[in-house]
Design a protein around this ligand. Structure first.
Ligand SMILES: Cc1ncc(COP(=O)(O)O)c(C=O)c1O
Length: 365
């Protein structure tokens, strides 16, 4: 029996997800050194100390199953956003919520519109469920809503808008999003992936939660992996009308969020000082890196996220290897169709400076 005949149609054709190179992997090749990983948009300030404390306290209880709906965290989120608990679903990372969304709404052959390039999990999840991904090339590194609207057909079920977009860091403004949402047919659901929203300082950025409160057919995705520094715990949430959230609960695992993640997230959410410091670190680092890169004659896309998309004007694979030799891991842009570009996570000022020093040395600028 051929594997193709055993599996769901198409799943063997899904391109493997290529994550930023983990430190454990580069150490095998280059040995132990003081690595700076600027490849996966993690929070280089680390986790909230309050989260670490809460996790240590919870450790002896890990022999017990977690509380499935994450009631306490849901209550904290409901209070923070002035939403009802029925408008919130929590799972093991926004990644898992994306799969749940596609699983709940997309039948075989139905269409999912995404930008190109954008976060690849949208298309992978669509392919798993037998849906058809419709890609719309970015315009000036930003979602082209006009063309996305033109791609809507009777078969369109979901439209993913990654705001700010990964890997370019650009945003869709409220002025552009409002009419786009109003013009869509009622059978299309818009997913606003706001994984990086806390780092935005542009006043034109739309808050997805306002659309949820207006009862629009929108699901907002958020995560504890970025500003809260809990990427290793795997926890994120979705917000929407209670009807849409009910559909997601129908396909939710029985215990997707473990005990440590639940208590860690509750503690991180109330540690406003750590979140504020993280945002400040990113916004300062963003200004510093953009200006240093500009001094070197390099262009980066104006970013509202905790990373920069940079045109290094060099073969990116070469530069990536040279940076590894200097102990720095970035994300080469070939996978997104940009052979001279790379995505660089904004770290602590010392990390940013080290990156700039290494880059100057390699590029001799
Ligand atoms: C746009 C976007 N959405 C979702 C995620 C996944 O978040 P999580 O770590 O909560 O699965 C990422 C992770 O990098 C991302 O960039």
């Amino acid at each position: 029996m051929k594997l193709e005949d055993l599996t769901r149609k198409g799943i063997l054709k899904i391109p493997p997800y290529l994550p930023g190179k983990p430190i454990e992997e580069v150490e095998k090749e280059f040995g132990k050194k003081r690595w700076v990983k600027l490849a996966s948009n993690e929070n280089l300030l680390g986790p909230s100390p309050e989260a670490v404390k809460a996790i240590k306290k919870e450790l002896p209880k890990i022999y017990l199953y977690p509380e499935s709906p994450c009631t306490l965290l849901k209550q904290s989120l409901a209070q923070k956003f002035s939403l009802s608990e029925e408008s919130i679903v929590i799972s093991n990372g926004a990644d898992n919520l994306i799969l749940m969304i596609v699983c709940a709404f997309v039948n075989e052959g139905e269409e999912v519109i995404i930008a190109d390039p954008t976060f690849p999990v949208y298309s992978n999840a669509t392919q798993i469920m037998g849906g058809k991904t419709v890609r719309v090339r970015l315009k000036n590194y930003t979602h082209d809503l006009e063309r996305m609207e033109k791609k809507v057909t009777r078969k369109t079920k979901l439209i993913f808008i990654c705001n700010p977009n990964n890997p370019t860091g650009t945003i869709v403004s409220k002025k552009a999003l409002d009419p786009f949402l109003s013009n869509l047919p009622s059978r299309a659901i818009v997913i606003l992936d706001e994984a990086y929203r806390e780092f935005v300082d542009d006043p034109d950025f739309p808050d997805g939660i306002d659309y949820v409160k207006e009862g629009r057919q929108v699901i907002v995705l958020r995560t504890f992996s970025k500003v809260y520094g809990l990427a290793g715990l795997r926890i994120g949430y979705a917000l929407g009308t209670k009807e849409l959230i009910h559909c997601l609960n129908q396909v939710r695992d029985p215990f997707p969020v473990h005990r440590l993640a639940q208590v860690g997230a509750i503690a991180a959410l109330s540690d406003e000082r750590h979140a504020k410091r993280s945002v400040q670190m990113v916004q300062e680092g963003r200004r510093y890196l953009s200006s240093e890169l500009e001094k070197m004659g390099l262009n980066c896309v104006p970013s509202q996220a905790n990373f920069l998309f940079v045109d290094f004007k060099e073969d990116i694979e070469n530069l990536f290897q040279n940076l590894l030799r200097e102990g720095i891991i970035i994300r080469p842009g070939k996978i997104w169709g940009y052979p001279t570009c790379g995505r660089v996570t904004i770290g602590r000022m010392e990390d940013n400076k080290r990156f700039i020093r290494a880059l100057r040395k390699i590029l001799r600028r």
